[in-house]
Design a protein around this ligand. Structure first.
Ligand code: FES
Length: 564
């Protein structure tokens, strides 16, 4: 690697030697010795931000990564990129995932480094970094910030954010006082790290480990655990070895490793966002994730993990129970074990090592699953010609085979204005439909698919209803909620043609979602539907509106995906 290091990718002044001389001179201004500047360089992406509570531990992780790089004979140089703190971004963090991926890709490519360590964790940061690294295709290894520990409320364990929603539903239903919800608010997120349940961040951490892009056994280590710092140091050491082996993301992200990741997503009962992000990551390497294939895998992949929101436990329990090593061993008969990982070992070689203790309350044996079939299914029909997603493991099976009357909300604003109206014509057997909240809508595909139960029904004890939208749902939410309907209303999808009182038929068994309205009537409505929303006139919002793809393509930009 001696011809790389600081000499990699010189600034263009028309004189190569001058460029190197100038770069070395300016690097020396930072106090580096000749010996240090002669070392291979490991770039370390610093995503600390005052607007990202989940990444509060990044400075300490950064120091540990640097320690590992130095100990292995490299020079660590950190650099900032955009950081996306889930709850601090408007209109949605998803809108900026692609921007962060571009920042990550271009800064990896533009700056002199032989390998890169990606420190990420909060929901969109992990896919953004993997998308960017997959496109830059320099040897890369991801270090997760790790999940939060749980808090306590009156003797009960609390973890963001499944419990956030549960208690909020209680408050909306009038079963919790204002003071009590305030007390819950103060105890939901009490440490640094990512949400404490199997939400999107944890799902993506497990997917990153399955793809072979993190050190084995590191996805679930709590953010505050000393092992997290040891993992950071080891990641720094490994970065140089990964570079020496030439293990770029294109060698790790393959159809086979993506299929392994889908299996894990299903066995975890993982977040619906996981399918969106994995589709986008795979798309950067020209791999198309088929929702039909998702259904095939779902039918043959058992749910083995008992974590909220589908189960009862938290990420700290998953870590103590054996974590990804234990889960992957159970799934091994279904996995492609020849897939390489950042260490140079194959997945099969990794799993051939000694098995550790496994808590079977948290991670079940393959033949004693919590559910015989996977957590996610794709639905098709005239309401979702390009597919929709249902997290059946978080849904009520009593609502899987139903026909109901549509109660339609035309936008998020309309939803907010009318959902709690005492005069709203709605019953528990109706199907709530939210339009114009997909990737191309002004709302930019928010996590609003968890439509609240109308207050008057919530008060009457209704806990779940079928809800359909073209937006997303937090990985920490639960309910019979159909998401990611494609194509979306804003580009003329049939979901935009639903009217109050229409009949909708859902059959999870048949994987069908049908709007029971005649084709000629739908054609008439389509002709009368206003054109797609106006394109913003400048800036990133314009780039986003002009290039974002639909949910079945991962909501990536058309010019960033490869060959599909
Ligand atoms: Fe960062 Fe949930 S808010 S992972």
């Amino acid at each position: 690697m001696t011809d790389k290091g600081l000499a990699h990718g010189l600034t263009n002044y028309g004189d190569r030697d001058f460029s190197l001389y100038l770069r070395r001179s300016f690097a020396k201004s930072m106090g580096y010795s000749e010996a240090m500047l002669a070392r291979p360089i490991v770039g370390v992406v610093n995503t600390a931000s005052g607007f990202n509570n989940c990444h509060r531990g990044v400075p300490e992780l950064l120091e540990a990564v640097k320690r590992g790089v130095l100990a292995a004979g490299g020079l660590p140089i950190d650099f900032p990129t955009i950081s996306l703190g889930e709850v601090f971004l408007n209109p949605t963090s998803l809108m900026f995932r692609n921007l962060m991926s571009m920042d990550t890709e271009e800064m990896i490519r533009a700056q002199p480094m032989d390998a890169v360590v990606l420190i990420g964790g909060c929901d969109k940061t992990v896919p953004a970094q993997l998308m960017g690294a997959a496109s830059a295709d320099l040897p890369a290894i991801q270090l997760l910030v790790g999940p939060m520990m749980t808090g306590r409320y009156r003797g009960e364990r609390l973890g963001a954010c499944t419990d956030c929603r549960r208690f909020w539903a209680e408050y909306r239903g009038g079963r919790l006082e204002k003071g009590e919800i305030g007390e819950v608010e103060g105890n939901l997120a009490t440490t640094m790290g990512t949400c404490a349940v199997m939400g999107t961040a944890s799902t993506m951490a497990c997917i990153a480990e399955t793809l072979g892009l993190t050190l084995p056994g590191t996805a679930a280590i709590p953010a505050v655990h000393a092992d997290r710092l040891r993992a950071a140091e080891a990641t720094g050491r490994q970065a140089l070895e990964t570079a020496r082996l030439g293990l770029t993301p294109s060698k790790l992200i393959s159809e086979r490793s993506v299929e392994n990741a889908l299996r894990v997503l299903l066995a975890l009962g993982g977040s619906t966002n996981g399918i969106l992000h994995l589709t986008a990551i795979a798309g950067r390497r020209g791999i198309r994730v088929s929702l039909q294939r998702l259904n095939e895998l779902s039918d043959t992949t058992p749910v083995l993990v008992n974590l909220k929101p589908t189960g009862d436990n938290y990420m700290e329990d998953f870590h103590a129970a054996g974590a990804m090593g234990a889960l992957l061993r159970e799934l091994a008969p279904l996995l492609h074990l020849d897939c390489p990982t950042v260490t140079g070992e194959t997945l099969g070689q990794r799993l051939a090592g000694d098995a550790t203790y496994v808590d079977r309350e948290i991670i079940r044996p393959f033949d004693e699953p919590f559910e015989a079939m996977g957590g996610l299914v794709a639905l098709y029909g005239n309401l979702a010609p390009d597919g929709a997603i249902l997290k059946r493991s978080a849904a009520d099976p009593a609502l899987f085979e139903v026909e109901g009357r549509a109660v339609v909300f035309q936008s998020l604003e309309d939803l907010a204005a009318r959902i709690d109206d005492e005069d709203l014509d709605v019953t528990a057997k109706d199907i709530l439909v939210l339009q114009n909240a997909g990737p191309r809508s002004p709302a930019a595909m928010p996590e609003a698919g968890y439509l609240p139960i109308p207050r008057k029904l919530a008060r009457a004890g209704v806990k779940d209803m079928v809800r359909i939208s073209d937006c997303r749902m937090s990985g920490t939410a639960f309910g019979t909620i159909i998401l990611h309907v494609a194509p979306e209303a804003a580009v003329g999808g049939a979901i935009g043609l639903v009217r109050d009182g229409d009949r909708i038929r859902l059959s999870v068994r048949e994987r069908r979602l049908e709007l029971m309205v005649a084709d000629d009537e739908l054609a008439r409505r389509r002709a009368a539907t206003p054109p797609r929303p106006a394109t913003p006139d400048r800036g990133y919002a314009r780039l986003y509106a002009e290039h974002v793809l639909q949910a079945d393509r991962g909501a990536d930009f058309d010019f960033l995906t490869r060959g599909n």
